[in-house]
Design a protein around this ligand. Structure first.
Ligand code: PMV
Length: 322
């Protein structure tokens, strides 16, 4: 198959604003891309003297190996295989695939989905194909299933579309409408957590206390729907109140932990209209909504309360909003 000399692609991290975990049980959730953090991939034609096949390097995970040496279940092997199939290539090209990312791993910011998306698009381009956001999302979803067991599909959707979304499993995804730009601060608890473990833990508890968990999920779905309206109206105080209510429901289902609760409380004390954990929980990040111009002050309060790092981000009205 004809290839180009060298191709690149990148994909953003993401944060979940509302509805994590409940989304696995069919409720809606809201998520947005985090453009300041990205995974990048570059594919370049290998020199004639290098052995046949695809050589991979990923410095952040100290990986330097041939594609053929990776276990089939390795996420990079899975996304390469899926992409080759998607573009109708009979085998891996003779090339060098370099992967890099500044998205923290196991921190609820979508590092695995972003890496897979960047690799898929760079490799498809190398083979002279361009993957649509829908196709890209499907390919990444297959890898997410290998890694996380029963993912809802929200990470691959927001990362492939690079738009803030209102997402429900099995329904068409809406691009979120926003009345005005809104500011947020993400703070890292410093505690790493596994999405798979958190999802399994919730599933076990759900199986033993079905009606209590079902009502928490239903309530989280109602909160997510109300948040969509609050965003469309630009209603900061309502949005903040809904974030706090969502955090309380996440505590109820056992995915918060003292470091996350401390950061949520610190953000509220510093004047944030609302805050909650973001992502799978049991570590990772919290997200606080902040009034414009308050980001630095709330960020400092979060650092003083133990945050390892803080990230400022903004949701801005999109031209593509439905
Ligand atoms: O990838 P994380 O850690 O942001 O968590 C994903 C959100 C969950 O709802 C917990 C799982 C899922 O597949 O939606």
């Amino acid at each position: 198959m004809a290839t180009l000399e060298s191709t690149r692609a990148s994909a953003p991290g993401k944060f979940i604003l509302f509805g994590e975990h409940a989304v696995v049980y069919g409720e809606p959730a809201l998520a947005a891309p985090l453009q300041s953090l990205r995974a990048r991939a570059r594919v370049s034609r290998a020199a004639a003297e290098t052995p046949i096949g695809l050589f991979l390097t990923a410095d952040e995970i100290s990986l330097r190996t041939h594609y053929a040496n990776l276990k089939p279940t390795h996420p990079l092997a899975a996304i390469v295989r899926g992409t080759l199939q998607a573009v109708g290539s009979s085998g891996a090209p003779r090339a060098h695939l370099q992967v890099s990312s500044n998205i923290p791993i196991a921190a609820g910011l979508g590092s695995s989905a972003a890496t897979a998306a960047a690799v898929a698009q760079a490799l498809a381009r190398f083979l002279q194909h361009e993957l649509s956001p829908e196709r890209l999302s499907e390919l990444v979803f297959e890898v997410e299933k290998l890694q996380h067991g029963t993912p809802s599909g929200i990470d691959n959707t927001v990362i492939a579309h690079e738009q803030p979304v209102f997402f429900s499993k099995g329904a068409s995804t809406e691009v979120l409408k926003l009345a005005r730009p809104l500011s947020f601060v993400l703070a890292d608890s410093g505690q790493r957590s596994s999405t798979r473990d958190a999802v399994v833990r919730v599933r076990q508890r759900y199986n033993s206390r079905r009606s209590a968990y079902q009502s928490s999920f239903t309530e989280m779905g109602n909160i997510a729907r109300a948040a969509r309206t609050a965003l469309a109206r630009g209603d900061s105080s309502r949005l903040g109140e809904l974030m706090c209510r969502n955090h309380a429901r996440l505590q109820e289902i056992g995915v918060s932990c003292p470091p996350l609760d401390r950061l949520v409380e610190a953000a509220i004390r510093a004047g944030a209209p609302g805050a909650k954990l973001s992502g799978a929980g049991l570590g990772g990040h919290i997200i606080a909504h902040v009034h414009r111009g308050d980001g630095d002050r709330v960020g400092s309060a979060l650092a003083a309360a133990g945050a390892r790092s803080v990230i400022m981000t903004e949701l801005t009205p999109s031209a593509n909003a439905a």
